[in-house]
Design a protein around this ligand. Structure first.
Ligand SMILES: Nc1nc2c(c(=O)[nH]1)N[C@H]1C(S)=C(S)[C@@H](COP(=O)(O)OP(=O)(O)OC[C@H]3O[C@@H](n4cnc5c(=O)[nH]c(N)nc54)[C@H](O)[C@@H]3O)O[C@H]1N2
Ligand SMILES: Nc1nc2c(c(=O)[nH]1)N[C@H]1C(S)=C(S)[C@@H](COP(=O)(O)OP(=O)(O)OC[C@H]3O[C@@H](n4cnc5c(=O)[nH]c(N)nc54)[C@H](O)[C@@H]3O)O[C@H]1N2
Ligand SMILES: [Mo]
Length: 781
């Protein structure tokens, strides 16, 4: 399919506010910088904007609150080490707008329930602890003391600690995450679901099984020195824009890039680097040398077929394509994998992927010719039913070619939230391995619970069964980020207590329980002043580099408390008098975060001498056996014969009944997850509206639909249930036939809770079976 299907004239669609333009083929340039400054100035004013932006990702500054992309080494940082997305996320946090008690007095919660997320978020930073008590119509201010009382009362009422669920989003610092999991395990539960359950859980699963550790095997420099980089299921131009600089450098060094994506995303096509002269003066740099416009969910077929091509080329080229030494010394299961991929049927591969054998052979030959290969991926691979198998299959490709544990090569899952990887390292997981528990118990003199806790989907299912009564969210927007919005909201209203530790107002505050608490917290950009002075916190990026972060703005309100202060405050209150809780000095940890880091250094491997290592400019990189020494702790706890595992995975791909479309949910260029900055998706040429569905022009024609028509989207689940999104607009778009796309989180209403990936239980957000019907609801007045 060529670019012709996207050649549409700019047009305004009736009264809907929707305007469509031709999708961009270039990412990031002057418009991006202009746009970030504009949003900054609207939210912060010019002086605060300049000061704040210049501190992002600097050695003495704060870690950008946006994505988990790594920073260059200290000597190579530019004075503006941020991107458009980071600038927007920072403006969102450093805004001078405030949500005060007067705001809540003026708006009953029943009214706020009708506001959209954009309007809720635009109110600014939360300033005061607020309580919506049983029967109340309005949130009212409470003291921190009283708020902690409420938490204690509701937790004391539970018949088991497993009736409480403690969610974490990925912005929480290592220090806060560590004390949080300690509080939760002291209470006696492992119910620690997190956003990662919906994000890279499939990656963690697959990589732990195959290479023994769920993290990327590359470091930041490898990317620039790779001979070939495959970017699959990721939209870096929007979601990790600084990755484009690295891809550009890789190309400068002679590397090649293959993009695998159903959508021809601008950032995968060309990059105009605003920080280089070339980007401004010339036409920017082409990114993808090959673009595989794959069908949704077709990647497993692609990776198996690539395996077949590599094995065939290896035979033709006298055994020089595969790394037989590596296979013999470091891996198990090669023959089984080989036999399976050799048996794949090209007709089935073409059907599953929508790609031709020729296209796949071209990319297979590029892999065979490359001295080093990196495969990068994100949600386009992880949020499918067969995600774990898909990632195991891509891992086999790199094992077969020896592309793990050497320069310029490796696995690169690109994580989302700025500290989602660090939170996991700190123990935010419903199923931490036994050695972590052993060390935690030894450090704090208690017996932490060992039974697996609830992940995100299990937590929701347990709520539906009445087995959960208390929910606490350490950041995030659980009501909106999770699937099946209508039933999720309904079940969250049945809880006895909903506690949200937040910076901004969101849907999870207005979908209230019998009692609801909003606990406002200090953000990454702000000074965290405790008894021993201003505190630094620390975070881990997607390539396991850990570094400090220092906020420098005055907190949004004097009443804000840090996440550490809130957690330790709750711990002192609710753990008092309970048997078998951590022997911990919560006050000492709150007063001086170095005390927390000392504990971490005893409990979490790789954090020895944590404080000193944080003092190094740029921080330090955590050890990683697979990356550093080709030691694969897959089946033994570090035993010396630990080997990486080839796997045999049955080929699966979505099958779509006649007349239906397969819908994926994506981020626009103007949002951070559930926080919507604006209604434009500049690169894709969709402006002014988010309740839209992008559909191939032939699929529109087959349904007698024209651009801008109003439709109802109805998702169909295997149990016969249906879910509806009504009155959305269709947009003609270059996506494979039979595939469609809509924005997250609005489209979450269509995802059945029961639809989650095998093994990882990640909601299947990228493959929803839907049908379109002319809208049955009248156009709103
Ligand atoms: N500005 C900004 N930055 C962000 C975020 C944000 O919301 N805004 N969110 C952060 C978070 S938490 C995360 S996890 C990351 C998410 O980063 P991404 O994973 O880039 O985010 P998505 O918008 O979900 O994009 C998925 C991409 O995969 C493609 N895709 C979908 N299905 C398939 C498939 O079956 N096969 C292939 N090959 N491709 C497919 C889609 O077309 C799309 O380009 O970004 C992080 N950074
Ligand atoms: N359909 C569909 N669903 C998805 C996805 C998808 O692609 N499609 N993606 C999934 C993915 S990858 C993810 S990661 C999840 C994201 O799920 P979450 O992490 O739960 O959602 P966010 O929108 O990132 O959370 C935003 C809220 O966090 C709070 N916040 C921001 N900064 C801070 C802070 O420093 N401290 C505290 N305490 N609070 C803070 C603010 O109040 C803000 O409203 O969504 C998942 N859901
Ligand atoms: Mo994510």
């Amino acid at each position: 399919m060529g670019d012709d299907t996207t050649a549409r004239a700019e047009q305004n669609i009736g009264d809907s506010g929707l305007r469509v333009t031709k999708p961009r083929t270039h990412a990031t340039g002057w418009p991006a910088i202009g746009h970030s400054l504009q949003m900054g100035e609207e939210q912060m004013g010019p002086v605060r904007t300049a000061r704040t932006l210049m501190a992002i990702n600097q050695v003495k500054g704060f870690d950008c609150p946006s994505c988990a992309w790594p920073d260059p080494e200290p000597g190579r940082r530019s004075p503006a080490e941020f991107c458009e997305s980071g600038a927007k996320a920072t403006a969102e946090e450093a805004t001078t707008r405030r949500v005060t008690p007067e705001f809540f007095a003026a708006h009953p919660v029943s009214e706020l329930e009708d506001w959209d997320d954009y309007s809720l978020g635009m109110q600014g930073r939360l300033t005061t602890p607020m309580l919506l008590d049983a029967g109340d119509t309005h949130y009212r201010p409470v003291s921190w003391d009283r708020a902690f009382d409420v938490v204690q009362e509701e937790i004391d009422r539970l018949s088991s600690p497993d009736e409480a669920v403690f969610y974490t989003s990925g912005r929480t610092s290592n220090e806060a995450a560590f004390v949080y999991q300690l509080l939760v395990r002291s209470l006696g539960t492992n119910n620690l679901p997190d956003c990662s359950n919906m994000c890279h859980e499939s990656t963690t699963r697959a990589l732990t099984q195959t290479i023994g550790i769920g993290k990327a095997t590359v470091n930041i420099d490898d990317i620039e020195h790779a001979d070939l980089i495959i970017v699959a299921g990721q939209n870096p131009g929007t979601n990790a824009p600084r990755m484009l600089t690295r891809l550009e450098n890789a190309k400068k060094n002679g590397g090649r890039i293959v993009a695998v994506n159903p959508l021809r995303e601008a950032g995968l096509l060309h990059f105009d680097n605003p920080q280089s002269v070339r980007g401004l003066v010339f036409k920017g740099r082409q990114i993808a040398d090959e673009f595989l416009q794959i069908r949704l969910g077709g990647d497993q077929a692609l990776f198996q077929a690539l395996g077949k091509v590599l094995i065939e080329l290896d035979a033709q080229r006298g055994g020089t394509v595969l790394d037989h030494d590596f296979i013999d010394h470091y891996t198990d299961g090669f023959e089984g994998w080989k036999a399976q991929v050799l048996s794949v049927d090209w007709a089935e591969v073409e059907r599953a992927s929508g790609l031709t054998e020729r296209q796949i052979r071209t990319v297979g030959t590029m892999m065979a010719d490359a001295r080093s290969v990196i495969i990068a991926w994100a949600m386009g691979l992880t949020q499918h039913a067969n995600a774990v198998a898909t990632i195991r299959d891509l891992t086999s490709l790199l094992l077969a070619t020896g592309n793990i544990g050497r320069p310029g090569a490796g696995l690169l899952p690109v994580r989302g939230h700025s500290n989602v990887q660090g939170d996991r390292t700190m123990g935010i997981w419903e199923q931490m391995p036994a050695p972590f528990h052993d060390r935690l118990d030894a450090e704090f003199g208690f017996a932490s619970p060992r039974e697996k806790g609830f992940d995100t989907v299990e937590a929701l299912k347990a709520m539906h069964e009445g087995r959960v009564k208390v929910f606490m969210g350490m950041g995030g927007n659980f009501a909106k980020a999770t699937p099946d919005t209508a039933s999720t909201e309904a079940v969250m209203r049945t809880l006895s207590l909903n506690v949200q530790v937040s910076t901004k107002l969101n849907r999870s505050h207005v979908v209230h329980a019998r009692r609801s608490l909003i606990l406002p917290t200090i953000a990454r950009t702000e000074i965290d002043l405790q008894a021993s002075g201003p505190q630094r916190v620390s975070v881990e990026d997607t390539v396991s580099a850990v570094h400090g972060s220092h906020g420098h703005l005055q907190p949004a309100s004097p009443e804000l408390r840090s996440e550490v202060a809130i957690v330790t405050g709750i711990a002192e209150r609710v753990l008092a008098g309970r048997p078998n809780t951590a022997y911990a000095d919560w006050k000492a940890m709150r007063d001086d975060y170095r005390v927390i880091r000392k504990h971490i250094s005893h409990v979490v491997p790789g954090f020895e001498a944590y404080e000193e290592k944080l003092d190094r400019p740029g921080g330090f990189v955590l050890p990683h056996a697979a990356r550093d020494t080709r030691h694969f702790t897959t089946n033994t706890e570090g035993g010396k014969d630990a080997r990486a595992q080839f796997t045999v995975n049955a080929l699966e791909y979505p099958c779509v009944p006649e007349g239906r479309l397969l819908l994926q949910t994506i981020r626009s260029h103007d949002q951070f997850n559930t926080t919507v900055y604006g209604k434009d998706d500049r690169y894709r040429g969709v402006h002014g509206a988010r309740e839209v569905v992008l559909v191939h022009p032939d699929d529109l024609a087959a349904r007698g639909l024209a651009e801008g028509d109003r439709v109802d989207l109805i998702s169909e689940w295997t149990d016969g249930t249906e879910r509806r999104a009504e009155g959305w607009r269709v947009v003609s778009y270059n996506t494979p036939r039979g595939n469609a796309a809509a924005y997250y989180p609005e489209a979450n209403v269509l995802i059945p809770l029961g639809s989650s990936a095998k093994e990882s239980n990640t909601p299947v957000a990228k493959a929803i079976v839907v049908r379109l019907e002319p809208s049955r609801v009248p156009v709103p007045a």
